[in-house]
Design a protein around this ligand. Structure first.
Ligand code: FNR
Length: 187
């Protein structure tokens, strides 16, 4: 299985990017995980740009999500919501006629130095994903609180957090397999 990851922070030292990079080593056997290009590569959504043709970065990310078995979104929280760059990427992706997130098994994670771990951004993200008709797993949730104490040198080092994330990925694996089995039965 191939899962792809969209990261909702673009800074170099991002805790969320560190979490995203850890996923490959924590995923169940037989799952490969690839991080998608930065959301910073997409221009600000503009209907005039769309009318002239989708930017290559948008089409490329959309094609990779469409081809993947599942999507993981790892996001920072800005002012109780998702960062504008991630919202912009989702706005672009929602415009593709292939609708790459429609029915796509999707997992949400967040990391923040706060004690809330980005929980409020997760619930805003869930709301946006309703519009894109993504198939979002509800539980277990992963919110990495006090992320600055759990990441060192760009790596997720905290053993308890690594175990917790691995458990969520295992639950998500079952969720993805169930979704695919349902699709196969319908076909
Ligand atoms: C933040 N931060 C933040 N944290 C949080 O838990 N809730 C919040 O509402 C906000 N709001 C917020 C707004 C803005 C504009 C910035 C720049 C930051 C702090 C944020 O969690 C912190 O900067 C993280 O380090 C961002 O994630 P990355 O970049 O480390 O992945």
């Amino acid at each position: 299985m191939n899962w792809v990851v969209l990261v909702g922070s673009v800074r170099k030292g991002s805790f969320n990017a560190a979490l995203a990079r850890a996923l490959g080593g924590l995923a169940p056997d037989g799952v490969s995980i690839e991080i998608l290009p930065s959301v910073a590569e997409m221009p600000i959504y503009d209907g005039d740009i769309e009318a002239a043709g989708f930017p290559g970065q948008v089409s490329a990310v959309g094609a990779r999500i469409l081809a993947a078995d599942a999507l993981i979104i790892v996001t920072a929280e800005y002012n109780y919501s998702i960062p504008g760059g991630l919202k912009n990427a989702l706005d672009w992706l929602s415009r593709l006629k292939e609708r790459p997130l429609k029915g796509k098994p999707t997992l949400i994670q967040s990391a923040s130095p706060s004690t809330m771990g980005g929980a409020r951004a997760q619930y805003h993200l869930r709301q946006v994903l309703v519009a894109l008709d993504a198939l979002v797993m509800n539980v277990p949730e992963v919110m990495v609180a006090q992320a600055h104490t759990k990441v060192a040198d760009g790596a997720l080092t905290d053993p308890a957090t690594r175990d917790f994330v691995a458990g969520q990925l295992s639950a998500f694996h079952a969720f993805v397999r169930k979704a695919k089995a349902g699709e196969a039965a319908e076909a």
